[in-house]
Ligand binder design. Structure first.
Ligand SMILES: Cc1cc2nc3c(=O)[nH]c(=O)nc-3n(C[C@H](O)[C@H](O)[C@H](O)COP(=O)(O)O)c2cc1C
Length: 476
């Protein structure tokens, strides 16, 4: 809408209240005096518009509260104070992301939100789901919807687990402890990270007696350390070990690299972070990469299997050949993942790799029972969970949504985030004519465009508005 200095005219008719009363709509009004005056006589408003159509004296929004903030060069500046919406206003995972961006410390936000290089894969992870079209069936009795399932034999309220993400204390003081508790409340398994901010014992103690957790493993260059760690997990009743295989070197995550990492992590696998071996100069990512053995290879798989009775899976598989090798090596499954777009850029999203993997392992005789396939990356909607299940995934992992909801509202935030995904999935299942998880099949989705990256899509406004673009050094 355009407005002249003291009067506005609402082109579409509509309400003719004074601007003062228009509350949030003020944001839509623009002062067009500069282009209005040269082409209109001064009295045009009075001559042509009925009094009821004039909008009154322009009122200004009450000045927002300001707070002091320290800029990167140390100088102070005044910025608008962020008013956090109530938890009940959070309707989807993007809502949490938008709040997290406001409430998190810049270095923590930088570490969580960043992706590798140009962040193409980071963004494509979610967009890929939109290249899959729904193929709903009608006249199915969908009075009752049951989205419960089992993940590696563990009952879950929805085919979803919280995947391992390092350094949860950057989100919230209670870090991984809050995630363990929220996982219990939400009825989903949590994969404990190796590079946690709380110690393994603390995370294990946060469980309720009946709560099952999984664990992620970065294999340490000193294998005996990993063996000790795995033994401890097994003794504590952890059910499955996800060995991360997509990170022989951690990706270049430039948002993170621009922030110096100063926050204290945990005593990860007994290492002393202050011995000078860790380069803290380039963000959290670089500070933790020295715990991971780049020499890990297929010949180590028998060793991995020999050190535990837990189910062993690979996390970070990205093509059919490797999934088949994992199956043939006697592993219990794999996660099709590109590490949330934080490693090799321009990789395919897990959801895109899924069809080729399912076809290839089926040809080798794998079944859903003897080889579980998971995906993670970009899962932000209940519909995304549906599509992954339709294409053969036993469940999906969610990473950032857990961290963002934790950062915004603590443990309750995580639980609400899962409830929103459950609400969404329930609706999608009902509208697709699939009353329970086994009834969701590949016939309920169309994947023709999945691997075609040039499909024109409508703009996804939520992703678009929450995504923070990379900035080159000269713009900082
Ligand atoms: C902040 C952050 C830390 C992560 N840390 C680890 C980790 O320590 N080990 C690991 O295997 N994956 C790690 N991941 C990758 C996640 O397990 C998962 O693959 C990814 O987050 C899924 O994508 P999403 O964040 O879009 O849900 C991390 C991801 C993020 C965002």
């Amino acid at each position: 809408m355009l407005c002249r200095a003291q009067y506005v005219y609402e082109a579409g008719g509509g309400e003719h209240t004074t601007l003062e009363n228009r509350g949030q709509n003020l944001g839509n009004i623009r002062d067009a005096t500069a282009i209005f005056d040269p082409i209109h006589p001064k009295d045009i408003m009075d001559k042509l518009l009925k009094p009821a159509l004039t909008m009154g004296v322009r009122a200004h929004k009450p000045a927002p509260k300001k707070k002091k903030a320290v800029k990167t060069d140390g100088a102070e500046e005044e910025v608008e104070e962020f008013k956090k919406p109530p938890l009940a206003a959070m309707l989807n995972s993007f809502d949490f992301e938008s709040v997290a961006r406001e409430v998190m410390e810049p270095q923590a936000w930088g570490y969580y939100s960043s992706g590798g290089d140009d962040e193409i894969t980071l963004r494509d992870n979610h967009l890929a789901f939109q290249r899959i079209t729904m193929r709903p069936r009608i006249l199915v009795n969908v009075r009752e919807i049951d989205m419960t399932t089992k993940i590696l034999g563990v009952p879950a309220s929805i085919p979803l687990y919280f995947t391992a993400t390092a350094l949860a204390k950057l989100a919230h003081q209670e870090g991984e402890l809050a995630i363990v508790k929220a996982a219990k409340k939400a009825g989903v398994p949590y994969m404990l990270p190796t590079l946690s901010s709380y110690t393994l014992d603390e995370m294990l103690e946060a469980r309720t007696p009946d709560q099952v957790v999984f664990s992620q493993l970065y294999v340490n260059p000193e294998r005996s350390r990993s063996e000790e760690y795995v033994t401890k997990l097994e003794k504590a009743g952890v059910q499955a070990l996800f060995v991360t295989v997509d990170a022989p070197q951690l990706g270049r995550r430039e948002k993170d690299m621009r922030n110096k990492f100063t926050q204290q992590g945990s005593d990860v696998q007994g290492d002393d972070e202050d011995d000078g071996a860790v380069d803290r100069s380039q963000g959290a990512t670089r500070a933790i990469s020295s715990y991971i053995d780049p020499g890990l290879n297929w010949e180590d798989v028998p060793w991995l299997k020999s050190i535990t009775k837990m189910k062993v899976l690979l996390k970070g598989v990205q093509c059919a050949e490797d999934a088949v090798m994992a199956y043939k090596a006697g592993l219990s499954g794999c996660v099709l993942s590109n590490h949330g777009g934080r490693q090799l850029d321009t990789c395919r999203p897990g959801i895109e790799v899924l069809p080729e993997v399912m076809e290839a392992i089926k040809a080798e005789g794998a079944t859903k029972e003897n080889f579980a396939v998971f995906i993670d990356g970009g899962v932000r909607r209940g519909g995304d969970v549906f599509k992954a299940v339709a294409l053969g995934a036993q469940a999906v992992g969610v990473g950032r949504p857990v961290l963002y909801s934790l950062a915004s509202y603590g443990q309750n935030g995580i639980v609400r985030m899962v409830h929103m995904l459950q609400d969404e999935l329930q609706m999608v299942m009902r509208l697709a004519g699939t009353p329970n998880i086994p009834s969701i099949t590949e016939k309920h989705v169309i994947t023709t465009n999945l691997a075609d990256h040039i499909v024109p899509l409508p703009i996804d406004n939520l992703t678009h508005k929450t995504y923070q673009g990379l900035e080159p050094a000269a713009r900082l």
